[in-house]
Design a protein around this ligand. Structure first.
Ligand code: B4P
Length: 187
């Protein structure tokens, strides 16, 4: 099973994906986590990505696609994979389809978390106070929202147009309440 967890910044993709991995045993593959690990290690990828991420910009498609291509086969050996934060552009979605179709696979389901923008900003600012993530500043948040609307939102329409099962989930309420809805949709 290949799933995608989708939504705007701060919608709880990473939060829910962690729960899904633990309880439903889908391997969680988060491009955001991978990039932050590269930044922390100070690799050439991290140096390039870190500047863009801190400004709230997406990193280049080619770099992200290489990262996913290198990790997907290993992730696919278990019960299934849950992609978190990828694909974030139409080019990434097409590249993912090409990668999967080489092995006779496809995206089976997209879980799309729906949360109003004011709540997204509140959540991210709350995280900023707790974790101090470089891209959780007001300016970077505004840029991340802009990138989401101009580049990422279209990915959902792309999957709907291809007839992939898209489950739009109310992402409001506490983490357990959202997870209960996600589980129901994945059943
Ligand atoms: P991500 O790591 O994907 O970050 P995100 O969209 O902000 O996070 P997410 O939606 O997972 O929110 P979370 O669960 O943490 O990307 C970061 C950056 O990496 C991007 O801006 C980009 O630069 C780069 N990048 C990553 N993938 C890329 C790609 N494919 N192409 C190009 N660039 C890419 O939740 C947020 C907060 O809300 C947390 O503090 C959480 O505790 C809280 N929260 C969650 N659910 C809640 C709930 N129900 N109630 C209250 N709070 C909740």
């Amino acid at each position: 099973m290949i799933g995608v967890i989708f939504g705007p910044p701060g919608s709880g993709k990473g939060t829910q994906a962690t729960r899904i991995e633990k309880e439903l045993h889908l391997k969680h593959l988060s491009t955001g986590d991978i990039l932050r690990a590269e930044v922390a290690k100070g690799t050439p990828i991290g140096e390039k990505a870190g500047r863009l991420m801190a400004a709230g910009d997406l990193v280049p498609d080619a770099l992200i696609v290489d990262i996913v291509r290198a990790r997907l086969p290993q992730a696919e050996t278990g019960a299934g994979v849950l992609l978190d934060g990828f694909p974030r552009t139409l080019a990434q979605a097409r590249a993912l389809d090409a990668m999967l179709s080489e092995e006779g696979h496809r995206v089976d389901v997209v879980i799309a978390l729906v949360v109003p923008e004011a709540t997204l900003v509140d959540r991210i600012l709350h995280r900023a106070a707790v974790e101090g993530r470089a891209d959780d500043t007001r300016q970077a948040i505004a840029e991340r929202m802009h990138e989401y609307h101009t580049l990422t939102a279209a990915v959902l329409e792309y999957y709907k147009g291809k007839g992939v099962r898209v489950e739009e989930i109310d992402g409001m309420g506490d983490i357990d309440a959202v997870f209960a809805r996600v589980k129901q949709a994945l059943r």
